[in-house]
Design a protein around this ligand. Sequence first.
Ligand code: SF4
Length: 370
Amino acid sequence: MSDDSVDQSRADSRIPADGLDTYLRCPRQYEFAHVYGLERDDDAVDERVDLLRRSICAALESGETDAEALGEVARTRLSSLWEDHDERFHSRAQRRHERNVLEATLEAYVSRVGADHAAGIDVLASTADVDGALVGPDRTLSSRVSASPPAAPSEPSSSADANRESGSRTVSRCEPRSVAIEASVDYVYGEGSSIVGVRFVPTLAPLGPLRYRSEWDGDVAALFEDHFDPDAAAFEPGPVGALLETAVVLEGLRTLRDRLGLEGRTCRFVVIPLADRSGTSVNWVSESVETSLEIVDLTDVYIDHHTYGMTHEHRNETVETRLETVAAQLVSDGFDPSDRWDDIERTVCPDCAYAVCCQERIATEVRFDG
Ligand code: SF4
């Protein structure tokens, strides 16, 4: 892709919300993954998650709400997808084992929440004209945010000052604009007075402490603000990216809710890991696998109660404002990682799949001492 076409694609850009985490980790990594679309070695895990995602969505789409029937549809779908799955395995035994793990994950999903969520989809479908809008996979939810960079230093403004104080990088000057940030959920179901968006993810590891916290106030707020504070030693792209993505998903759910005539419902966002092996046990003699699922609702840890009190929506003004700043940087600033180079080199570069083609990494590796 030429530089001109990259610039044009950025100008027309729709930012993937799950790429915000990557951008916060390293802007150059974002460029490789989301601008040039270079694949990583660990894409095999994403592909296995995708098999489960499609199987579960096929079951939810079937209208079955009984766990046994739901599981049967999902298993049948997985079986047919697996036939066409051409991942390279070391042996037939490994291929058989990976399939057993997928089937165990499917069973864990169905028995833990599958039937309840299917019933929640059914309830929502009976109260609104949903017209296929509830079950994906990958139902796109879009949030449009202001991505206007702050004024140039020669023309100070309050927003520019605010961004300097909070440690934002200076972004290049251009016309005011907005940008669409796109998140996706795999399905939406009704639960009490809420509509809930569910996203299947590989693991919960990027969430860090968000997995174990139930409110924003306290160390989650501090973690978020410290990440952007140049005087703090914090570098937390995983949880910060997850909070930014939650802002996008909840805004997209509110738009969907209003379109479906479900005003008055609150919106929630839940993630379910489908490739987390920490709860998996294997009996190698009988070749049986059992696993459990840890499900995380990111809504409570996201809500800032001050903003909630003002809007009666599940919102967080701090995160939403920061989302605009990050979006502005992403579409205006290029992908130079030098602003946070020490953090990136120390924590991200060692495991980066793009190191072999990265100019910054190569320059560091071949630097002469003295
Ligand atoms: S090697 Fe380091 S600088 Fe290069 S893309 Fe990866 S994380 Fe970023």
